[in-house]
Design a binder for this molecule. Structure first.
Ligand code: ADP
Ligand code: ADP
Ligand code: MG
Length: 698
C-alpha cells in the first residue's frame, strides 16, 4: 500500500478519496485553486498545493503542475477522481513517466474507450451488443444524413468525444437533421475540441443500466452488479439505484459478463463502468428468433438481438453505450449493496494487490438509492445556480440504522457554489432491506436536507421520489417529462401554513429582541379593543394580505387572504427543539423557518416552501421595478448570438446562447421588438445579471 497519495480533484470526490486514505493510514496531498483555498477537501487532507486560478484550465487541469506537486510532496500515486483529468490518457502517461502510479486504468485503455465511435468499433469486435447506428470516420453531412435515414428516425446524434450528457441531439424527422447536426457539432467543438459525431437509433422507453467492473494486474476481473440510472434530466443522472428493478438474475449475469468482456478487450485495470442502454418492449413476439440464453455474447447474429432476455415482461434488450474509465459519481450505491469500499479496492489494485474478492464471493444486500443534490432551478429548465450556502443542514445519519443514510459532499455551511465547477452540492445515499424501505428513508432524509442561499433541487427530488412512476419502479429516461404534472411548480405546504409559519417566526424573532413591543408598531391599529396588525406576503408570484388580531387574553387569530378565499382561525405557536410548532387552519406542523432577507424558507416534514414577507413600513411608496431586460441568468460565457443589431425579433425567438456550469442556455426574446445593440461578443465571460442585448420593444 502507498504511504502518501495526491488527490488531483476537488469537491465531494476529493473528500471521498481522502476519507478512505485516512482510514487506511495513507497520507494525502490536496490540490486546490485560489477560490478553493479553504475548501472542505483541503481541510480533510494532510497537505495542500495551490495550483492557481479558479478556472479549471488554470488549476485542476494543469497537469504538469500536479505532477510537480506530487513529486515535491513525495506522493507515490495520483488519484484523479472523476471529471477533470480522470479520463485524460496523456495525464495518465505523464504520471507513469514521472514515476508516479496513476490510480486508474492504463492510458491505452482510457484512449481505447475515450471516443464513443472508436470504442464501439472495438466492442463490436469483442462481441458486445451495440445500439444500431453509424460510428464510422466519414463525417460528410450528406452521408451522415443518409445513415440517419438508414437507421430510421428518431435518431440520436452524439459527439464522439462527448461526456457528461453534453453534445447530444435527438432528431425526430429528416427536416430537423441538418440543424441538429450543426448545433451538436458546435457544442462538441467548444466542449471537447472535436466535432466528430456518431449516429444511433434513439432507443424507445430506454433504461440506463450500467455495470460496475473491477480488474487487477493479475488477470482477474469481476462485476459488482448494476446501477439503474434511468432517471435523468438533460441526459444527466438525477437518481441512481441498485439493484435495477425488474432485472432478472440471468440478465444481470449476461450484462455482467458482457461488461467484463468489454473491460478485458482493452486490458482494463481498476474501477470502471460499462454503460448499457436497455430497450423495453411489452410484446415478446416483436422480436422473433431472439436467443433465450446468450452468455458472453460473441459475434455472428444481429447485434441488437444479442444479449436479450425473453420470458419476463417487458422484454429487455441491452446495448453497449460507453465505458467510463474511472470511479463514477454514483459508486456509493454499489458500496451500499455490497458493503465494500471501492476507493479501497482502487488503492489496493493500484498498489499491485489482487482483487480482494472473486466473482462468486460477491453478494448484494438490500436496495440502495442515490439522489444528486444540485444547485439548480428545476422550474427553470434546471438552470444551474450559484450562491452561498447560508443554511446547509444535512440529515443526521446517526439517527437512522447504521449505514442506512450517507451524505457525501465537499461543502460546509457558508461555502459558495461558484460558477467555475459543476453544480452538485451533495449526494444523499440511502439503503434499506427493500426498495420500499430505501424510498421511505430517502423521502425522510430529503426532508431533513435544508438549503438556503442557493437554488436547489431538494424539493424536486422529493416530488420525483413520490411520483407514481418512481414509486412503482416504472423507470425509463423519460420519467421526468412523463411525470411533469406532479414534479414541477408544486406547492407542498400551501399558502395558509406558509403564512402562519412566517408570522410565527416573526413573532418569535420579535420576542427575542429585547424591548420590542408589538403594540407600538406603526403597521398595527386598535379595533374594538383588539390590536390588529397587517402583513403582506408574496407567495407563488401573488401578493397576499394577512391580518393578525391580538385578543385581550393574548390569543392570536390570523386571517390569510381576502374575500371568499380568506382563511381565518386561531394561530398557536411554540418553540420546539428544532424550530417551531405551528397550529393553524386545522394543521399542527413542526417546522423550521430560515430568513434570507425578506424571504422565509419554511422546512417541514411534508416539504419546503418559500414565502416573502414584505416589510410594509420599509416599502411604503416604493416603485415597482422595471422588467424585460435581457440579462445573463448566471455567470458564464457567451457562445453565440443568433441576431445582430437592427434585426426585428418575435417573442420567444432565440437571441443568444450562453454556456455555464456544463450546460448551454438559450436566451429568448421576452417580447416582439428590434435589436438595438449587442453588448458582448462570442467568447466573452459575463457576470450574473450583465445586460447582453439592448432590445427596443415593438
Ligand atoms: P457520471 O458519468 O458518473 O454519471 P456525470 O456524467 O454526471 O457523472 O458527470 C461527471 C462526468 O461528466 C465526469 O466524469 C466527466 O466525464 C464528465 N464531465 C465533467 N465535466 C464536464 C464538462 N465540462 N464537459 C463535459 N463533460 C464533463
Ligand atoms: P455521456 O458520455 O454524456 O454520459 P452517453 O452515451 O452515456 O453519454 O449517454 C447519456 C444518456 O443519453 C444515457 O444515459 C441515455 O439516457 C441517453 N442515451 C444515450 N444513447 C441513447 C440512445 N441510443 N437512445 C436513447 N437514449 C440514449
Ligand atoms: Mg454516459
Amino acid at each position: 500500500m502507498f504511504s502518501k497519495i495526491l488527490i488531483a480533484n476537488r469537491g465531494e470526490i476529493a473528500c471521498r478519496v481522502a476519507a478512505t486514505a485516512r482510514r487506511l493510514g495513507v497520507r494525502t496531498v490536496a490540490v486546490c485553486s485560489d477560490v478553493d483555498a479553504h475548501a472542505k477537501h483541503v481541510a480533510l487532507c494532510d497537505e495542500v498545493v495551490n495550483l492557481g486560478g479558479a478556472a479549471p484550465k488554470d488549476s485542476y487541469l494543469k497537469w504538469q503542475a500536479i505532477i510537480d506537486a506530487a513529486r515535491a510532496t513525495g506522493a507515490q500515486a495520483v488519484h484523479p477522481g472523476y471529471g477533470f483529468l480522470s479520463e485524460n490518457e496523456a495525464f495518465a502517461d505523464a504520471c507513469t513517466q514521472a514515476g508516479l502510479v496513476f490510480i486508474g486504468p492504463p492510458s491505452s485503455a482510457i484512449l481505447a474507450m475515450g471516443l464513443k465511435a472508436e470504442s464501439k468499433q472495438l466492442m463490436e469486435k469483442a462481441g458486445v451488443p451495440l445500439v444500431p447506428g453509424y460510428h464510422g470516420s466519414n463525417q460528410d453531412p450528406v452521408l451522415l444524413k443518409a445513415e440517419a435515414e438508414r437507421i430510421g428516425y428518431p435518431v440520436l446524434i452524439k459527439a464522439s468525444a462527448g461526456g457528461g450528457g453534453k453534445g447530444m441531439r435527438a432528431v425526430d424527422k429528416a427536416e430537423d437533421f441538418e440543424a441538429a447536426l450543426a448545433s451538436c457539432k458546435r457544442e462538441a467543438i467548444n466542449s471537447f475540441g472535436s466535432d466528430a459525431v456518431l449516429i444511433e437509433k434513439y432507443v424507445q422507453r430506454p433504461r440506463h443500466i450500467e455495470i460496475q467492473v473491477f480488474c487487477d494486474t493479475h488477470g482477474n476481473g469481476v462485476y459488482l452488479f448494476e446501477r439503474d440510472c434511468s432517471v435523468q434530466r438533460r441526459h444527466q443522472k438525477v437518481l441512481e439505484e441498485a439493484p435495477a428493478p425488474g432485472l432478472s438474475p440471468e440478465m444481470r449475469q449476461q450484462m455482467g459478463l458482457a461488461a467484463v468482456a468489454a473491460a478485458r478487450a482493452v486490458n482494463y485495470v481498476g474501477a470502471g463502468t460499462v454503460e448499457f442502454i436497455v430497450e423495453q418492449r411489452d410484446d415478446p413476439s416483436a422480436a422473433p428468433g431472439r436467443p433465450k440464453q446468450a452468455s458472453t455474447p460473441s459475434g455472428g447474429s444481429e447485434p441488437h438481438e444479442v444479449g436479450s432476455v425473453g420470458g419476463n415482461k417487458p422484454v429487455m434488450n441491452f446495448f453497449f453505450m460507453e465505458m467510463n474509465t474511472r470511479l463514477q459519481v454514483e459508486h456509493p450505491v454499489t458500496e451500499a449493496i455490497t458493503g465494500l469500499d471501492l476507493v479501497e479496492w482502487q488503492l489496493r489494485v493500484a498498489s499491485g494487490e489482487p482483487l480482494p474478492l472473486k466473482q462468486d464471493e460477491l453478494r448484494m444486500h438490500g436496495h440502495a438509492i442515490e439522489a444528486r443534490i444540485c444547485a439548480e432551478n428545476p422550474d427553470k429548465q434546471f438552470l444551474p445556480a450559484t450562491g452561498t450556502l447560508r443554511v446547509y443542514r444535512k440529515p443526521d445519519a446517526s439517527a437512522f440504522t447504521h449505514g442506512a443514510v450517507r451524505v457525501d459532499d465537499g461543502v460546509r455551511p457558508g461555502d459558495t457554489i461558484s460558477p467555475y465547477y459543476d453544480s452538485m452540492i451533495a449526494k444523499l445515499i440511502v439503503h434499506g432491506d427493500t426498495r420500499e424501505q430505501a424510498l421511505a428513508r430517502l423521502d425522510v432524509a430529503l426532508a431533513q436536507t435544508h438549503i438556503v442561499g442557493v437554488a436547489n433541487n431538494v424539493q424536486f427530488l422529493r416530488h420525483v421520489v413520490r411520483s407514481p412512476s418512481f414509486a412503482q419502479a416504472q423507470l425509463d429516461t423519460a420519467l421526468i417529462p412523463r411525470e411533469a404534472a406532479v414534479l414541477f411548480k408544486q406547492e407542498p405546504l400551501g399558502l395558509a401554513l406558509a403564512a402562519a409559519a412566517a408570522v410565527s417566526q416573526t413573532l418569535h424573532d420579535e420576542a427575542q429582541q429585547a424591548g420590542s413591543d408589538p403594540f407600538s408598531r406603526r403597521d398595527g391599529w386598535r379595533s374594538h379593543g383588539e390590536f390588529v396588525r397587517r402583513f403582506a406576503f408574496v407567495f407563488g408570484g401573488e401578493t397576499v394580505q394577512a391580518q393578525l388580531r391580538y385578543a385581550h387574553d393574548g390569543a392570536l387569530a390570523l386571517t390569510v387572504g381576502e374575500g371568499e378565499t380568506a382563511v381565518t382561525g386561531p394561530l398557536v405557536w411554540r418553540v420546539t427543539g428544532a424550530g417551531l410548532e405551528v397550529a393553524f387552519n386545522g394543521q399542527r406542523t413542526e417546522l423550521r423557518v430560515d430568513w434570507q432577507g425578506e424571504t422565509a424558507h419554511v422546512f417541514a416534514a411534508q416539504g419546503a416552501t418559500q414565502i416573502v414577507e414584505i416589510d410594509l413600513l420599509a416599502h411604503a411608496g416604493e416603485a415597482a421595478s422595471e422588467g424585460g431586460r435581457l440579462t445573463a441568468p448566471m455567470p458564464g460565457k457567451v457562445v453565440s448570438f443568433a441576431v445582430k443589431a437592427g434585426d426585428s425579433v418575435k417573442k420567444g425567438q432565440a437571441l443568444a446562447v450562453l454556456e455555464a456550469m456544463k450546460m448551454e442556455h438559450t436566451i429568448a426574446a421576452p417580447g416582439d421588438g428590434q435589436v438595438a445593440e449587442l453588448l458582448y461578443a462570442p467568447g466573452d465571460q459575463v457576470a450574473e445579471g450583465a445586460e447582453l442585448i439592448k432590445l427596443t420593444p415593438a
